[in-house]
Design a binder for this molecule. Sequence first.
Ligand code: HEC
Length: 153
Amino acid sequence: MKKRSSKKEGNSQYRMMILAGFIVIFTFLSILVILTMDALEESQPQEVLVRDPERIENGIHLRTGLKAGEGMEAVIRHCTPCHSASLVTQNRMDAAGWESTIRWMQETQNLWDLGEDHELVVRYLTREYPVESKGRRQALKNIEWYSLDGQNP
Ligand code: HEC
């Protein structure tokens, strides 16, 4: 009889240990799942934008793709109601080019008068989306050309 009960005690201790083990593993896995879901949510741009539509990351306004800088809000206000901001970000122009694009839209596409924002908008566009001067090297200047006379008789 005595033997039996001690065997029973051993069994229930064993069960308690297994139960405790399960609880520890379960808690650990739950924390892992919660952390993973948080990380996933952060990494989905849509979720981030729903929570913070005006978020700027690495100098880019995520919702529109415009470069952050003075005048960006005015550009969002005036330049994104009709078409996507990518029409802006895909273009490179100097001040005269942006001026004439704006004038063209005002004359033919019902773009309104930008009023006191006009200068701000043109300055932003010219600063952030200028003509790219890369590509061809500068023309050579002040070169002393040598004469080929006499070399090709
Ligand atoms: C009232 C509507 C409207 C607003 C506001 C507007 N645009 Fe446009 N924009 C247009 C239309 C329409 C087009 C032509 C789209 C097409 O070609 O399909 C256009 C085209 C453009 C183009 C391309 C031009 C080309 O040569 O193809 C650029 C760049 C542009 N817009 C910039 C801007 C900027 C910068 C602003 C803010 C100052 C702005 N838009 C605000 C209507 C608008």
